[in-house]
Write a protein that binds this ligand. Structure first.
Ligand code: GLU
Ligand code: ZN
Length: 489
């Protein structure tokens, strides 16, 4: 075990998204690489926005992806509880100490007053942040405000100096004195804010490295100032953690990928049948690579070679096509039985097989998997590809039929039916030989024209798993009945 302690600390609002998962993954990989500890903490201090549903979804997401945590919900650990909603006393006690030591103060300004002054500052080309109005109120002034019925937020008093840190990913970063205004630690109703609870818990949980998205860069000088205040009042032994800010993830049109973009939703990947291995592999590439041209690797391999030096500070581009292609590679890397096991839940969901699947259905899935694994990029695509094998009567796609059917096609189906009816042995090879002889040699057709109508009749579509193998699996009776049905249609 090393001393490295990192954390993933999402707020349980909304649905898990890929930006979040990328942060979790990089923290996980860093912990595993260094032999450190991966802490999972839930930042649920905003009762208006947090939900239990979202909390459950977060845990399910990490479990599905295989990002195991060493301390956190359901696992416990020496610095629990790991839900901030269960740690309230720590925060109010800390606010008290910061107030008493003068590192924080009560601010009685109403939102309306703040807004008026903010606009004025903008008009006068001054910085629009909080102006320090209540920094040095006397006890009498505070009493008057309270008597007026005003409620106070608690603000942190930012020291008047530069804040510099050596970012583990971006190098030296400085926020100049005066650039960061005094900020709110606790709402008027007593609810503590992220700015307070996050450093308080990172300190309490002995976090050594804070790896998080670049969108949080501006909270870092505030948090460093708060750590230093906590050290000064002996509320924290130090040292201040090191910080590394992971690059932005850009979506379509070079805009930052938003939580609301459909490709952000983790649930979308589960629904469409991405493998957790494939998604983890792709998300790792958003800002990191193992070097060389290597783009296919497991999370264990990532953990082995993960260093922060290799994290690229430049924005990463999210490319769903590439993500899907990598998923296809992962699908092909699975053993046959494994692929069947992973496919069955999707086939059940889509009503292709029964729930639970019958032994005959499982056998058929096993037989067809080798025919489609080359063409499949997500597990969810399988239902459309193999559905025709599991129904009595196939539904012919009307658009495909419009493109293929005509006089010539009817003739093809007639010749195919006749040739196949005479087959004494029904195998992939004999089917192919009979159809080639009848359609290509007999009718003088090109393969595409010859086999298109047969494919449509048997599978219902223009694009399908390999035709002769499919007919072999369907058997002679069904195959012939489908050809006859389309010919007569
Ligand atoms: N709860 C914060 C968030 O979800 C944590 C950010 C951090 O890592 O400091 O954005
Ligand atoms: Zn004020």
């Amino acid at each position: 075990m090393s001393d490295v302690r990192v954390r993933f600390c999402p707020s349980p609002t909304g649905n898990p998204h890929v930006g979040m998962v990328r942060t979790a993954l990089f923290n996980w990989a860093f912990a595993r690489h260094t032999g450190g500890t991966f802490v999972f903490r839930i930042e649920d201090t905003d009762s208006a926005r947090d939900s239990e549903e979202s909390y459950d979804a977060l845990l399910a997401a990490l479990r599905w992806l295989g990002l195991d945590w060493d301390e956190g919900p359901e696992v416990g650990g020496p610095y629990g509880p790991y839900r901030q909603s269960e740690r309230r006393e720590n925060y109010s006690a800390m606010v008290q100490r910061l107030l008493e030591s003068g590192h924080a103060y009560e601010c009685f300004c109403s939102p309306e007053e703040l807004e008026v002054r903010r606009k004025q500052a903008m008009a006068e080309k001054r910085a629009p942040g909080y102006d320090g109005h209540c920094r040095d109120l006397s006890a009498e002034q505070r009493a008057i405000f309270t008597a007026e019925g005003r409620e106070a937020v608690v603000r942190f008093r930012m020291p008047d100096r530069d804040f510099t840190w050596n970012d583990l990913i971006r190098g030296d970063i400085t926020f100049a004195a005066g650039q960061v205004p005094d900020y709110v630690l606790q709402r008027a109703n007593g609810e503590p804010l992220y700015t307070l609870v996050n450093p308080v818990d990172d300190a309490a949980m002995h976090i050594t490295h804070v790896l998080r998205g670049e969108d949080l860069l501006s909270s870092t000088p505030r948090q460093i100032a708060l750590y230093e205040a906590m050290i000064e009042i002996d509320a924290f032994a130090g040292p201040v953690p090191q910080f590394g800010h992971l690059p932005y993830v850009m979506g379509e049109g070079n805009k930052k990928l938003s939580k609301r973009d459909p490709e952000s939703s983790l649930q979308m990947y589960r629904d469409e049948g991405y493998l957790p291995e494939g998604l983890v592999n792709y998300l790792a590439l958003l800002g990191w690579s193992p070097g060389g041209d290597v783009e296919f690797f497991s999370k264990q391999q990532m953990a082995e070679s993960f260093t922060l030096e290799r994290v690229n500070p430049n924005p990463a581009r999210f490319d769903l096509k590439k993500c899907t292609a990598i998923n296809g590679d992962w699908i092909r890397s699975l053993g046959a039985q494994e692929l069947v096991d992973r496919l069955l839940p999707y086939l059940v969901r889509d009503g292709v097989v029964s729930d639970p699947p019958s032994p005959a259905q499982v056998d058929l899935v096993r037989a067809v998997v080798p025919l489609i694994s080359e063409r499949m990029e997500t597990l969810g695509q399988a239902s459309g590809m193999v559905g025709f094998l599991f129904v009595d009567e196939v539904v012919v796609d009307p658009d495909d039929a419009a493109k293929i059917m005509g006089e010539e096609a009817v003739q093809v189906l007639g010749a195919a039916h006749e040739a196949l009816s005479e087959l004494s042995d029904w195998s992939t090879e004999s089917i192919e030989a009979a159809l080639r002889a009848a359609l290509i040699d007999g009718l003088g057709l090109k393969p595409k024209v010859a086999f298109g109508p047969v494919r449509l009749a048997v599978t219902g579509r223009r694009v399908s798993p390999p035709l002769f193998e499919s007919m072999d699996l369907l058997g002679p009776d069904t195959s012939l009945a489908r050809i006859a049905a389309l010919r007569g249609a």
